[in-house]
Design a protein around this ligand. Structure first.
Ligand SMILES: [Zn+2]
Length: 379
């Protein structure tokens, strides 16, 4: 079964049900501002085409005429999302709602584009022995153009690699590639904590610092998305130096390598991230001091985002999200410090920050690409 709503209105109905279903017909008509008769016609067509089903078990109890909610069949479509780093390749197979059914990870055999493409193709072919796939999404740190060409990716040492096209030629499925922060933000937008919010922001911390913003229901992006422009945002005039000589910028205070470096220097031995968090939680004074300063700096960055972009909420993610989890009071203190007391409290939500959530982001690219491209009437 394909995703082929007949026109824009049908597409809007199908999308609304996919993103927010199950939904009763009256609720759908209200959300999309459609006349009940129009909705009855469209939903009838979508049910006959097999895209939507009636779900009597989800019917709300109550008085009045029962309305049988409509839903999509999540398992009717499957997608694979691949996340690339400089050392590994992770993949997740998901259904139409980006729920992960299968997760795998492998070391990167080589950084050479041809070999990375071959490894992705192998992953996709292997996944297809178990399930039919409808599209492929790939996310990576770097600048990626609309057509899925990697303009630059420092972790992979790539420039101008037409990644989506190269993979597409070999797997004969639609392939969509984008910056990983873009992918993560889109997955939060359609399937995560940003669902139902026209304005929200994402901040990720890990090897770098990433920022994404959805405003009026659309992800803000331009040709510089993926450069990592908040990476050197100033946060603490007394903080440590970064690689570019700034004192107390985001890169020097919030990334995992920066915090590991400061803790290792303080303790006189190499301390990996997991141990940094454990020592901070156990109250080791030197580690606690460094982690608290970083968490406070993160709070200042959240306050800056809230003040400048006016989001309903700020979603935190990335491998370093544990910083916020163990020092939430310091994060809050940093927010308060840079927020007008009359302003509303900033809503901050944490995501797991594991590799699976990056893959889910890549799968969301595949789902969006598939659903939005398929909806266009053929010429
Ligand atoms: Zn810097």
């Amino acid at each position: 079964m394909g995703w082929q709503p007949r026109d824009e209105l049908s597409q809007a109905v199908a999308l609304e049900v996919m993103l927010h279903g199950p939904l009763g017909r009256s609720e759908l008509a209200r959300r999309l501002d459609l006349a009940p008769a129009t909705l009855t016609r469209i939903s009838g067509e979508l049910i006959r085409s097999g895209l939507l089903v009636e779900t009597p078990h989800a019917a709300k109890r109550g008085t009045g005429r029962p309305s049988i909610p409509l839903d999509v069949v999540p398992e009717s479509h499957h997608f694979i999302g691949v996340k690339l780093t400089g050392r590994a390749m992770m993949s997740a197979v998901t259904n139409l709602r980006a729920e992960v059914l299968e997760y795998r990870e492998f070391p990167l055999a080589s950084r050479h584009p041809e070999e990375v493409v071959a490894q992705i193709v192998g992953l996709v072919r292997d996944a297809r022995t178990r399930r039919d796939l409808d599209a492929v999404g790939i996310g990576l740190g770097g600048v990626v153009t609309q057509d899925g060409t990697v303009a630059s990716a420092p972790f992979l040492d790539w420039a101008d690699v037409p990644l989506a096209k190269l993979v597409e030629e070999l797997v004969e499925l639609p392939v969509f590639a984008a910056n990983d922060l873009t992918a993560f933000t889109e997955s939060q937008h359609w399937f995560g904590l940003g669902t139902g919010h026209a304005n929200f922001a994402t901040l990720t911390i890990g090897a770098g610092v990433g920022y994404g913003c959805v405003a009026n229901g659309r992800l803000l992006s331009n040709e510089d998305s993926g450069v990592g422009l908040v990476g050197h945002w100033p946060l603490d005039p007394l903080g440590p130096l970064c690689s570019r000589g700034h004192r107390g910028c985001a890169d020097g205070m919030l990334t995992i390598p920066a915090i590991e470096r400061d803790v290792s220097t303080a303790l006189g031995r190499a301390v990996p991230w997991g141990e940094v968090l454990a020592l901070a939680a156990a109250g080791e004074p030197a580690v606690e001091r460094i982690v608290t300063a970083s968490a406070r700096a993160l709070g200042r960055l959240i306050a800056a985002v809230a003040n400048l972009a006016a989001p309903d909420l700020v979603v935190l993610g990335g491998e370093g999200v544990g910083l916020a989890a163990i020092a939430l009071d310091a994060v809050r203190a940093g927010i308060v410090e840079h927020r007008d007391p009359r302003a509303s409290e900033v809503r901050v939500e944490l995501t797991p920050g594991d590799d699976e959530s990056w893959c889910r982001g890549a799968a969301a690219l595949a789902i969006q690409g598939y659903v939005l491209t398929r909806s266009r009437p053929s010429p």
